[in-house]
Design a protein around this ligand. Sequence first.
Ligand code: ADP
Length: 478
Amino acid sequence: MKKVLFVSSEIYPLIKTGGLADVSGSLPPALQELGTDVHLLMPNYQSIKTTEDIYYKSTIQVNRMDVNILETRLPGTQVVVWLVDYPMFFDFPGNPYIDEKGEPWLNSAERFALLCRVAVEVAMNRGYLDWEPDIVHCNDWQTGLIPAFLSLETHRRPATVFTIHNMAYQGLFSKETSGLLNIPRELWHLNGLEFNGFFSFIKGGLAYADRITTVSPTYADEIQTAEFGYGLEGLLSHRKEDLIGIINGIDAEHWNPKTDTHIVAPYDSSTLSKKQLSKSALQARMALPIDNKVPVFTLISRLVEQKGIDLILDCLPEMLTLPVQFILLGSGDKAFEQQLTDFAKQNPEKMAVTLGYDEVLAHQLEAGADVFLMPSRFEPCGLNQLYSQRYGTVPIVRKTGGLADTVCDALPKTFTNKTATGFVFNDATAGALMEAIKRSVLVYGFSELWSQLQLNGMQKDYSWLRSAKEYQSLYEQL
Ligand code: ADP
């Protein structure tokens, strides 16, 4: 049985700002279920929320700081979580990256360098925890220094895996910061932690980890290009033999149309006609005409450029001339919010907009809509196209990242071999998106073809166990 130390700056439900927390809270229990011995490590932030007890385990000295290691469990599981307790850094309100006022922590580099140093001590069994991992699994830039530091260990060291959840965040600091943090000089060079004169945390992972993973096979290819690599595409393509993409799972209990308590009439693939009841309820809630024949399009998203909201805006005048309804839930860029609200006001019979974050409505939209729009410019993995397929809501996606890997375009060939699950378009243009929208409206008119698309999607397996098996076979190779 492999022993894995899994290090992350956020773990759901202890603390969450984004998808990294979901992965860190879901993958380790799934690995444990498959027989891997996983222990988690993260900072002891003031804002951690848990119902589990927390115990003192040990005190270690790193970089002349005395740091406590506390132990708890991931709520609802048997997975051990070790907390790096250093009140001078972590005992403040705010989230892992920003303070109470929304300003980035001025000492982010110090905070995460400390996390990395403690991880190295634990990894080398010098943390008085009496546990020696075979593998250290690091996530995103906050943990990037771990593979770099471990590369300097002269005794037997564990193997390292570094997972990229989003290349857009790299942990770049000044060269002086690396001096202040006592980063060993032998790591400061072009093939090490230096990046265009800056000190780069993520390069520690990309240059020194034994294996690199990212959250979809297509994103693994894309980050080797200038468009998605943010200057690190050369290093990534140099390391392509060690780089693989593994699709994230979804919380299959929380996003299950059969047991969803937020919807009027739960359903599954054998009772798909009940989806209509959710559709009527949704149309009623949104004050749209209750009409089962017209396809309802939806979009649930952060309203930012990454998500292709500008493409949607460009399509709307033509899209709203078609026999469709469009219901949108999101928040973000104020200009996008305003323009979308204006469109809805001008077309009250066809379009409804809800601004804000609303988990319950998100479930009702997945259940009640026919089509889900996700025209992202880039998408490392993406979740909503997976939820949609589970709910028999057919996604329209741009061919990028995890969207390209998880939605199979509706073509004669893919209808025949029963793999078609949605509509895929290539170019990030309103014209290409509009073509896909028209194709979907056309296919919606043929109810047998449409149910085939729905059923193909509902039968796919996006559980965490499936992802965990892929990580496990990666661990076995190390
Ligand atoms: P990203 O992490 O880039 O925002 P993902 O598709 O991976 O995109 O995940 C987004 C998650 O956040 C999904 O679970 C989606 O349903 C949810 N979400 C986004 N905006 C809202 C909102 N306004 N209300 C409810 N849920 C939302």
